[in-house]
Write a protein that binds this ligand. Structure first.
Ligand SMILES: Cc1ncc(C[n+]2csc(CCOP(=O)(O)OP(=O)(O)O)c2C)c(N)n1
Ligand SMILES: [Mg+2]
Length: 539
């Protein structure tokens, strides 16, 4: 081992993160993490992004990890700092994003004494972190840190280290560790491949459900669909992997998806699930037989019993299926698929051309989709606007969508858009927020402005928590607590030094959306919108 001079825990952490290629650490300062921030500053190779709340710091680390596939790192102080960080970490945990959380802790002698800002941080993170430990002294630290890192990147999970105030300056003598080695390709089991082929061959009305996992085999998935006459339904992330106008592409699955896609699934006799884990129970027939291909064994059969589960890299499995299945014709099924696809396209066309005041959400998202770059990254918050976006915004391969997939926390989009524009400065980033969710993390406008992050924020201002209001309406409940008394968002943006634009009518929509997307500066667009009830709304 090369000579490794002695150093403190704080310095070891900063140097080791640099060696692993970490570019940014998101956090909020507090007395239990000052030595670490000092070392980050001395080191100079990692940008420390000071956030306005720990919630946002956690969400930024999560968003960066989801976007890049690499380790996201965040830091908080003890007690209230780590408590506020939890929401962002939970988002990473359930979306399987590799994140390392560093939390300061009170001095060792004060642990469990009722001292200020002391809570058992290991217990607090227990359901969220797959690795979590208190660093008791400098000697064990390099190995603990390496274990935290390897667990996070290998499992796509959250790791957590709590470092007491007096341990930061402990001396470390252990080694630095190299970046994690790449996990090789997962060879599929040939017997399972044969069973998958048999099931596909026997099906008369197969459908393909494609998810993010098909990224490297988009072309082969389209050819396979054609060869076995199977319409392709997608989860949200796969909408930007496949060309939506392709004859076998029938749209998204679920409430925000296409009704035609759901209907086709209802009359199918086999669902071939490729790299997807989204399985909305209300929209899938309970007993449909499925063949599922995924590189992660735990993803197979997770939410429903699956007839054939094939563990393997899609890069290997899909081309193999494509070569080995024999071509099948089913002109009746093909006609059904084309008829349903056309019906859906007609319906969306009518919805996106509505001229209403306030503006219809479908109209707004159609216009944003028309004007966005071919490589835009859309970052979505949570609410009815998210569903309308998925329903009506035209997307293309090359674009991407970043979401709080399973945690669905309000306030995700603004911090995530900041992280995305810092991680990928050349890319057009488009944040889509509701007036409710935006206010949960709007303090981060200051962070965005301070770091000269440049992106567009489209705020769908419908004066309500529409998603909850509409659920209450269809259930016949009092819509108590759903109306929002909003500030003047344009003036609010301007008070942060951010360009603000207001859109109220159809005549302004197109040109103002273009203006917001053209600008090389942070721009917030406040759009007066209606809050109609989206189809299939229920409690
Ligand atoms: C942190 C958090 N709190 C509450 C909720 C519940 N919730 C889901 S959608 C929603 C309404 C969001 O309102 P808004 O951002 O205005 O979007 P809209 O539905 O009006 O489009 C609420 C309160 C949540 N998902 N996350
Ligand atoms: Mg709203």
């Amino acid at each position: 081992m090369p000579f490794q001079p002695s150093r403190t825990v704080a310095k070891h952490l900063a140097d080791q993160l640099v060696a692993w290629g970490v570019k940014r650490v998101y956090g909020v300062i507090g007395d239990a993490n000052l030595y670490f921030l000092d070392e980050l500053a001395k080191n100079g190779q990692i940008q420390y992004i000071p956030c306005r709340t720990e919630n946002a710091a956690g969400l930024m680390a999560s968003a960066e990890a989801k976007l890049t596939g690499k380790l996201g790192v965040c830091v908080a102080t003890s007690g209230p700092g780590v408590t506020l960080l939890l929401n962002g970490l939970a988002d990473a945990s359930v979306d399987q994003a590799p994140v390392l959380a560093i939390t300061g802790q009170v001095e060792k002698a004060k642990l469990g004494t009722g001292s200020k800002q002391n809570i058992d941080q290991q217990r607090l993170l227990d359901p969220i972190a797959s690795y979590s430990t208190l660093v008791a002294d400098g000697k064990g630290f390099p190995i603990q840190l390496n274990q935290a890192y390897l667990t996070a990147v290998a499992r796509g999970s959250v790791s957590h280290l709590s470092i007491p105030k007096d341990v930061w300056r402990d001396s470390v003598t252990g080694p630095f560790f190299p970046p994690a080695s790449q996990i090789g390709e997962v060879e599929p089991d040939q017997q399972m491949v044969r069973r998958a082929i048999d099931a596909i061959q026997q099906a008369e009305r197969p459908v393909i459900l494609a998810g993010r996992g098909i990224e490297s085999v988009a072309k082969e998935v389209l050819l396979l669909a054609e060869k076995i006459t199977a319409p392709i339904l997608v989860t949200m992330p796969a909408k930007t992997i496949l060309p939506n106008e392709h004859p076998w592409f029938v749209g998204g699955l679920g409430q925000a998806g296409s009704e035609s896609a759901t209907e086709l699934l209802q009359s199918a006799d086999l669902c071939l699930i490729l790299g997807a884990t989204w399985w909305p129970e209300d929209f899938v027939p309970p007993a449909i037989p499925s063949v599922q291909v995924d590189r992660i064994p735990e993803n197979i059969g997770r939410t429903h019993p699956c007839a054939v589960g094939l563990v393997g890299d899609l890069k290997q499995v899909v081309p193999e299926l494509l070569v080995r299945v024999t071509r099948k014709e089913n002109s009746a099924w093909e006609r059904d698929v084309q008829r349903m696809k056309r019906a859906w396209e007609e319906r969306i066309k009518t919805e996106t051309q509505q001229q209403k005041h306030p503006l219809a959400p479908q109209r707004i998202f159609y216009e944003i989709g028309q004007k966005a770059d071919d490589h835009a990254l859309f970052v979505l918050d949570v609410g009815d606007h998210t569903l309308w976006f998925e329903r009506a915004c035209p997307l293309k391969p090359g674009q991407d969508v970043l979401v709080s997939g399973r945690w669905r926390t309000l306030g995700f989009a603004l911090p995530a858009a900041i992280a995305a524009s810092l991680a990928d400065p050349g890319r057009q980033v488009v944040a889509i927020v509701g007036d409710g969710g935006f206010m949960q993390t709007m303090a981060e406008l200051a962070t965005a402005q301070q770091w000269k992050a440049s992106f567009a924020i489209f705020l769908i201002n419908n004066g309500s928590y529409a998603m909850e209001k509409n659920r209450m309406k269809v259930e016949g409940l009092n819509t108590v607590g759903t109306d929002l008394a909003n500030p003047d968002f344009v003036r609010l943006a301007e008070s942060f030094g951010i360009k603000g634009i207001r859109i109220e009518r159809e005549e302004e929509l197109s040109v103002r959306v273009e203006e917001a997307l053209d600008g090389n500066q942070l721009t917030m667009v406040d759009i007066l919108a209606g809050d109609p009830i989206i189809p299939h709304t229920k409690m």
